[in-house]
Each structure stands twice: as C-alpha cells, then as structure tokens.
Design a protein. Structure first.
Length: 412
C-alpha cells in the first residue's frame, strides 16, 4: 500500500529560514518618523493624517523607487489611490525591489495593462446588488458595504472600481436603504460589513450601525471584514473593543498576506480583539512574489495562530483589471495547499477558493485526495501520498426522518 513517500519532515525548509520568518514578531519601528512623540505615533488619527499619498513623498522616503513604480504612481490616481500609513510603510525593505510588502501597496506600471479576461467588477457584485452598497448573492447572508475608504490601498483590490473613489464611482452608502432591505428579508441571518474598511467609521457611527442591525430580529450573526489591524493596528483601541463586545456573536475577518505583516503591534491589536471575545479569521490573497511559496505560506499561517487568528480563506486573485503581475497559477495554489494539509496544524490550513468570475460566488478548489470512488469503496490518499481504501456504506432507509422545515433548536 505504501507508495514511495518521502520521509516525514523531508519537505521542511531549512530551520534557519523558518526561524527567520517566525522570529519576526518585531515592531515595525519608526524609520523616518523617529522624531514623532509616542503619543502621536500611536494615535490612529495621526497615522491617517500622515499617510503617504503622493509621488513626491514616495521619492523622498524610498530612494530606490523604480521607474515602473514611479510611472505606476503617476497613473494611480486615475485608478486606485495611493495611500500607505507611516506604520505600514516602515515594513517595506527599501533595499529589496521585490519586497513582498512593497508589491502590495506601491503602484506599478503593469497596473495599466489590461488583459481581455480582466474586469472592473470581477465578482459581478454590482449585478447582485438589490440596493446600492448591498450584495445579496447567497441565500442567507449579505455583504454590506459601509464606506469606500481604507487605511491603505491594496493594488490588487477586487473592489478597486469603488474603493478610494479614484475612478469616480462615487459610492455613497445609504444605511437606511441597506438596513431596510435586510429588515424586509427575513432570510438574511448573517450580515458581513465590509467596504472599504468598516473600522474607518468612528466608534459612534459603527456602534449606531451595529445597534440598528442587532435590532433586526432575524439577524443572528454579524461579521466585519477589515484590514485595519494590519494597516493601522493603533485603531484597535480598548474603547473600540469595549464597544464591539456588546454585539456578540460578532466575528472579524482580517486580511493579511505575509508573515512580515504580523508585527508585535499587530499581535497586540489582535490580542485585544480576541480578549473582547471576538473570534478572528484571516483572508489571504494568493499573490505572485508575495506569498506564492509554501515556506512563506506555512510560516504565515502558523504565525496567524500565534496571533490567535484562524486562517479562513486563501483566495485565488480575482481577475481585476491590471493585476496580471500579481496573479499566480491555480496549479501553484494547489501545490501550496498540498504543502499545508497534514504537514501542519489543521487549524492553520485555510480553504482555497476561487471567486467565480462574473458572480458565481466562492468555489473551493482542493488537491485531489479521493483517487476513485464507486458504490463499494472509496480510494483515498493521505498527505504523504500513501493510498488507503474505505468501504462504502450502504445507505438504506434513513433512521432519521427526512428534514422538514427547520425547527429552532432548543438547548436541553
Ligand atoms: C464572501 C462573501 C460572503 C460571505 O461568504 P462566506 O463563505 O459565508 O464567508 C457573502 N456575500 C458575498 C457577496 C461574498 O462575496
Ligand atoms: S483593504 Fe480590502 S477593500 Fe481596502 S484596498 Fe485592500 S483589499 Fe481593497
């Protein structure tokens, strides 16, 4: 039964490379801002006000700016604005033109190249939008866009058509209409606040919105999708956490792509959210020369667990216009998943999904572990490539009655 499987541990990177990634719970440091008092540096308003948004600032702060990056920055304000918080900027390695942090936030000339299969709305959100700012694609849950602003802008953003308003989409959410739709649709039991970044709303605005959602009896579950803990960990204040904890069950999905994003500041911010009882998940996007490497990805997911975050989804990069230089093959994604499952903690393994182009929703893609299946047996392989058989059970008359209309479950 045994195939020529490699000995356990043969796929491990050299201990030094792994240690190097895992040890990096370093502070982002102050870099160019060493003269700024702690009180200001640690204030998220200061960070937002001092974001890097112009070519002049970039040229001053990053002498190694390449011609491609310079050209991309000039063109960026017609597509997706440039904005980087000073905190996040300090994670860029100026000596490395291919720095994985840099590739995510500094525009490049390639963003202007559009392949025929690329789109401005790759997930077909606008066509599934019953009222502006609400996407109702799945039966029991909605995506609720609350703002078009983020603390910094990711060059591969699937919502770049509206985010930052660089291309004039003019998104103005009307909470009244969005809430009214949810109130009228009793099938909506799960509301996902996103944007833009919902944690850019003030505590008061967000509290008001969450209260109004919680006042709708059929809304059971609320979650927030946010990259603020990574771009602007200073925003995760004790006051914010105290406000959020009134709205349980409330989950948060963060967005982190590379182990170097997980600094001591981020770990502490995530710890505050976890201490407020908020279960944390992570969504990563598979990005070329950022995290399309099994060693990097394994270090990242393991480090997320150290930050009390459960890896949730790994997204194949959407076909957003101008993202070819950041996309990786599905084959590579599958190789990475293969290198995770079984080789590390199951909690660390996300689900790899493709958001089907045009609006089919998230479709899981997985390495094949079922080699064959018929009415008598299932042939499976494990993470080491060893092959096993499982006899198929006979499905006779079910012992349980076929499910009728769902009845509320009572705890006894
Ligand atoms: C991702 C997404 C959701 C949430 O999907 P889950 O698989 O439940 O996390 C809901 N609505 C839309 C439009 C989405 O893109
Ligand atoms: S944080 Fe999210 S919404 Fe904002 S630019 Fe990045 S991917 Fe887009």
């Amino acid at each position: 039964m045994l195939t020529d499987a490699p000995p356990a541990g043969a796929d491990e990177p050299p201990a030094s490379a792994r240690q190097d990634e895992l040890k990096r719970f370093r502070s982002a440091g102050r870099g160019f801002w060493s003269h700024i008092p702690d009180r200001e540096w640690n204030d998220w308003r200061w960070q937002l006000k001092h974001r890097i948004t112009t070519l002049e600032q970039l040229e001053r702060l990053l002498p190694t700016l390449t011609p491609e990056e310079r050209a991309g920055t000039v063109l960026a304000n017609h597509k997706l604005a440039l904005a980087i918080t000073p905190y996040f900027f300090n994670l860029i390695d100026p000596a490395d033109e291919h720095c994985p942090i840099r590739r995510q936030v500094i525009p490049r000339l390639e963003e202007t190249l559009t392949a025929p299969w690329e789109m401005t709305d790759p997930c077909g959100e606008d066509s599934h939008s019953p009222v502006p700012g609400l996407v109702h694609r799945y039966p029991d849950r909605v995506l609720f866009l609350v703002t078009d602003r983020c603390a910094a802008y990711c060059r591969y953003c699937t919502r770049s058509r509206l985010v930052s308003n660089a291309s004039g989409y003019d998104f103005h959410p009307q909470f009244d209409r969005q809430l009214e739709y949810i109130a009228r649709h009793s099938e909506v039991r799960d509301v996902l606040l996103s944007g833009g970044d919902p944690l850019l709303l003030s505590d008061e605005k967000l509290e008001n919105l969450l209260s109004r959602l919680r006042a709708i009896p059929h809304v059971e579950f609320v979650r927030l999708g946010t990259r603020i803990p990574v771009f602007l960990p200073q925003r995760i204040t004790p006051a914010l956490c105290a406000m959020l904890r009134q709205f349980h069950p409330l989950f948060i999905s963060i967005h982190s792509n590379h182990p170097r994003e997980l600094t001591t500041e981020v770990r502490e911010a995530l710890g505050r959210l976890a201490d407020a009882g908020i279960p944390l998940g992570n969504q990563s996007v598979l990005l070329r020369h950022v995290n399309d490497d099994p060693v990097v990805m394994k270090a990242h997911v393991q480090k997320l667990l150290l930050c009390r975050v459960r890896p949730y989804y790994l997204y194949q990069c959407d076909l957003i216009a101008g993202s070819a230089h950041l996309r990786t093959s599905v084959r590579r994604g599958l190789e990475i998943m293969e290198a995770l499952r079984g080789h590390t903690t199951g909690y660390a393994v996300p689900l790899y999904v493709i958001d089907a182009p045009g609006g089919g929703g998230k479709v899981p893609v997985s390495p094949e572990y079922v080699l064959s299946r018929n009415k008598d047996r299932v042939v499976i392989r494990n993470y080491e490539g060893r092959i096993f058989e499982y006899p198929e059970a006979l499905d006779g008359t079910p012992l349980f009655k076929a499910a009728g209309p769902a009845e509320p479950l009572e705890l006894i």
